[in-house]
Design a protein around this ligand. Structure first.
Ligand code: LMR
Length: 398
């Protein structure tokens, strides 16, 4: 039966973690996967999460959640994305379901798109998180791309992006990173978002926001939702994938939310029921534990402010590591400009290193990262910034 099955290619991100774990070297450094580490390189469980778990202990039954997931978690997620006092929430215009983190939310949306808008395509930025391509591919939604990043400036290629938005057929679907673009760490400015939103209006495009890093760009979740809020002010219907993997450190809990803003409540009820229908034959209903943790934290003013403090702490440590890495490279006399390390934001630095240079980092220095040159700044620590800078200098100097 299975003789024809060839081994799958290694995942370009999670495959890096596998290789890192298999390396016995004491010097090894993992700046591959986007997962936060403390300054000792250790995974972090937030204090607010620990407290939520203390409150859950002993009180949790193991019943199924509804097909659409935890109502409380969804309510809190919508406030976070659409704004605490959003009229749209009061008008019940948002169809939302709990999702298996950001990936699950994107996939559910892609499946919904295929089922109910079968003639549409998805425009995906180049570059983007590698899994975005897999998600829409497996949902059988045709993909187009739009330009986003300028390799020379290591910044946004705004003019080309706008051209591609203008040249796409009216009513196209676009995947946008709400903040802290993965892998580049390059976001449009507020002014640029306004122009993008205006052009989307002109073209009647549909924006689907993947918001995997809310809080990680600026340290303030409200500020990081600015792009979405601009589109809402301009009266767009939108879709949004939220994840609590990064901003609450709930990676393995797979907790997130998919929301779709509709014209009215009636439409929202119908859309939600169809999202649930998509979930039912796939995983029936989502897991309960992480959803409860999120509900408790966001539903309790004290725990929520502790969470906000902790997100800011993570964002600030990363900003500190950007400075440290850049300073170390400059001290070594690197002839290249490393300004983009501190200009880019969020969890990643898109270093500009070639796949061959990355291979050398891995082979000669036991430094593990994705071959597109992306450095997960969350894996940089006071202890390894110098080692990392030295290795980067060695492979880039000639
Ligand atoms: C990443 O980009 O490293 C993260 O989003 C983890 C993943 O699932 O790829």
């Amino acid at each position: 039966w299975f003789g024809h099955v060839e081994p799958a290619a290694k995942d370009p991100i999670l495959g890096v973690t596998e290789a890192f774990l298999a390396d016995p070297s004491p010097d090894k450094v993992n700046v591959g996967v986007g997962a936060y580490r403390d300054d000792n390189g250790k995974p972090v469980v937030l204090e607010c999460v620990r407290e939520a778990e203390r409150r859950i202990a002993g009180n949790l039954n193991m019943e199924y959640l509804p097909m659409g997931g935890s109502i409380k978690m969804i309510e809190e997620s919508l406030k976070l994305a659409y704004g605490e006092d959003s009229e749209l929430i009061k008008e019940k215009r948002i169809a939302a379901v709990q999702a298996l983190s950001g990936t699950g939310a994107c996939r559910l949306f892609a499946d919904f798109q295929k089922r109910f808008l079968p003639d549409t395509q998805i425009y995906i930025p180049i570059p983007t998180w590698a899994n975005h391509h897999n998600i829409w591919r497996d949902a059988c939604v045709p993909q187009r791309t739009f330009r986003y990043y300028h390799p020379e400036t290591r910044g946004l290629d705004f003019a080309s992006m706008m051209d591609d938005i203008k040249n796409a057929p009216n009513g196209s679907f676009f995947l946008l990173h709400a903040c802290a673009h993965n892998p580049t760490g390059v976001d449009p400015s507020e002014e640029q978002w306004r122009e993008i939103s205006y052009q989307f209006k002109v073209k009647n495009h549909f924006p689907f926001f993947d918001m995997a890093y809310q809080g990680f760009a600026s340290g303030d979740p409200n500020r990081d939702a600015k792009a979405i809020r601009i589109f809402l002010e301009d009266g767009h219907l939108i879709g949004c994938a939220q994840s609590y993997a990064k901003n609450m450190g709930l990676y393995g809990q797979r907790v997130g939310c998919l929301s779709i803003l509709c014209d009215d409540e009636l439409q929202a009820v119908a859309v939600k029921s169809q999202l649930q229908q998509l979930a039912r034959p796939m995983y029936s209903n989502p897991p309960v534990h992480g959803a409860l943790v999120v509900s408790i934290i966001l539903g309790d003013p004290e725990l929520k402010s502790l969470w906000l403090k902790e997100v800011k702490g993570m964002a600030d440590r990363i900003i500190g590591m950007r400075k440290a890495l850049r300073e170390n490279l400059e001290k070594l006399g690197s002839p290249l400009s490393w300004e983009h390390i501190t200009n880019q934001i969020g969890m990643f630095c898109y270093s500009g290193m070639t796949p061959e240079q990355v291979d050398r980092l891995t082979d000669e220095f036991h430094i593990y990262m994705t071959r597109n040159g992306r450095i997960s700044m969350a894996g940089v620590t006071t202890g390894n910034a110098g080692y990392l800078a030295n290795a980067i200098h060695e492979v880039t100097k000639s």
